[in-house]
Design a protein around this ligand. Structure first.
Ligand code: SF4
Ligand code: SF4
Length: 448
């Protein structure tokens, strides 16, 4: 029996408007193919994949077009049957140019996907499942794009007791995971079978927020008898979907500064990632499309779409009825999604949504609000779920005191949830400062 009244949550956090009603009731629809699909070889944390196709070659949908280059890397698959037009640089969400495969889909193709060598959950060993997940090109679809097979291997000496399937989806506007939970229920439980076998954890917990009661009830009613799975519902609060927060909320365990979920016996996997494992591995297929929410006041045809990897943001917005005065586009939701100015970047495995705003919502044609000096109100401190001091960090960022930010104020623990920026009455773009400062710290440490 699900307990919706239980108040398992974490301290601090915020309650931004959810804005999910526009798409949460819309079933997932297949997105058309763009005239050209741009598949970056680096869509994940780690080493880029190595291309195994050449320019001019014809490929079939689902075919491996790039192989993993080492353990911290995953394969890429053709999102459509067509011709490789070019292998060269393409704009990336991180603002840089990265190596990518340009694929022109065949207009007359049936676009059917042939099955590959299946990975049978009963007979496969944990190592074979890990290899199959890597070959399928699976990364965290919640946005982090961390290679899933790496995450499933706990560091030496750590014992895992809980597999978390994260269906919290606390980011405003996005309803991808909600729809996946409703429409891919069986895939999720199949994915959990694989994950339990690899991680050797005795139980799995599916974490959901109370604003998705239909998904929670459907999953709870469908738990297979032989699976040790519990569905837990938390009150709605942002950023509850972050690994650290969901573990704190539902297990009462705190991941230490600089630590990992494995330090407290947990391993987390996003619910859409789990569903893809359950959908792809029994068929021996790889990820060549994903479900995303395209929404916001900047588009008229909002919805959840299964979209080919490599579709550009421009094509996606055009197909969804982009309005003329779009002033700001986020890859993901407006809290954690980076805002992008180049609409020719492709959708990658880590893209969970596109949220488009017009000038009316963002306060001007540039989408940027006037910034005022800090008034010392401490609202940012009260909002930060990690008990950091965003106000002090913001001051240090201004003076480029990156080492002090990291050494004395735990900058590297900040997971860029944006709660501090959201509540700041002076509109100080704290999270942007921290994102940039973290990059500087990493650079300085690498140089040292
Ligand atoms: S400091 Fe980082 S973790 Fe804390 S509220 Fe701001 S963005 Fe979130
Ligand atoms: S919320 Fe903004 S104005 Fe208030 S203390 Fe933090 S940085 Fe300063």
């Amino acid at each position: 029996m699900l307990d919706f009244a239980k108040r398992d949550s974490f301290p601090h956090g915020i309650h931004p408007p959810e804005n999910k009603d526009d798409t949460s009731g819309l079933p997932i629809r297949q997105f058309p193919f763009a005239p050209v699909l741009i598949v970056p070889l680096s869509q994940h944390l780690g080493k880029p994949a190595k291309p195994v196709v050449r320019e001019g070659q014809e490929v079939v949908r689902g075919q491996t077009i790039a192989e993993a280059d080492g353990f911290m890397s995953v394969a890429m698959h053709a999102p459509a049957s067509g011709t490789i037009r070019r292998i060269g640089l393409a704009p990336h969400i991180n603002g840089q140019m990265v190596e990518a495969v340009y694929l022109e889909p065949l207009p007359a193709s049936t676009q059917e996907i042939a099955d590959g060598e299946p990975c049978d959950v009963e007979s496969a060993t944990p190592d074979e499942i890990v290899t199959a997940i890597q070959r399928a090109g699976i990364v965290g679809l919640g946005g982090a794009a961390f290679p899933t097979h790496v995450k499933l291997r706990p560091p030496e000496g750590k014992t895992l007791d809980t597999l978390f399937i994260n269906g919290v989806e606390c980011e405003p506007y996005l309803t991808t995971d909600h729809r996946v939970m409703l429409e891919q229920t069986e895939d999720i439980f199949m994915g959990i079978r694989y994950l339990l076998k690899v991680t050797q954890t005795p139980r799995a917990v599916i974490a959901i927020e109370a604003n998705k009661p239909d998904a929670a009830e459907k999953l709870a009613a469908a738990v297979p008898e032989d699976l040790p799975v519990e569905v837990r519902v938390s009150p709605v609060k942002y950023p509850q979907g972050a690994e650290k927060m969901v573990i704190k909320a539902l297990l009462g365990r705190e991941i230490p500064s600089g630590g990992l979920p494995a330090d407290v016996g947990a391993v987390c996997c996003n619910v859409a990632t789990t569903a893809e494992i359950g959908r792809l591995l029994p068929r021996g297929r790889g990820i060549q499309e994903r479900v995303i929410t395209i929404t916001g006041p900047g588009v008229s045809k909002k919805g959840n779409y299964r979209i080919p990897i490599g579709t550009t943001v421009r094509f996606a917005l055009e197909q969804c009825g982009a309005v003329e005065d779009i002033s700001r586009v986020f890859m993901g939701g407006p809290m954690m999604g980076p805002s992008v100015s180049n609409l020719d970047i492709p959708i990658t495995k880590g893209t969970s949504g596109i949220t488009a705003f017009t000038a009316a919502e963002t306060g001007g044609s540039t989408g940027h609000r006037k910034v005022y000096p800090c008034i010392g109100c401490a609202r940012c401190v009260e909002a930060c779920p990690l008990y950091l001091n965003p106000s002090q960090l913001g001051i240090l960022a201004k003076f480029e005191q990156y080492e002090q930010m990291a050494d004395d104020f735990h900058l590297m623990d900040c997971f860029e949830c944006g709660s501090c920026s959201y509540v700041c009455p002076s509109h100080i773009p704290l999270v942007q400062y921290f994102r940039m400062s973290k990059k500087m710290v990493r650079k300085m440490r690498a140089a040292a």
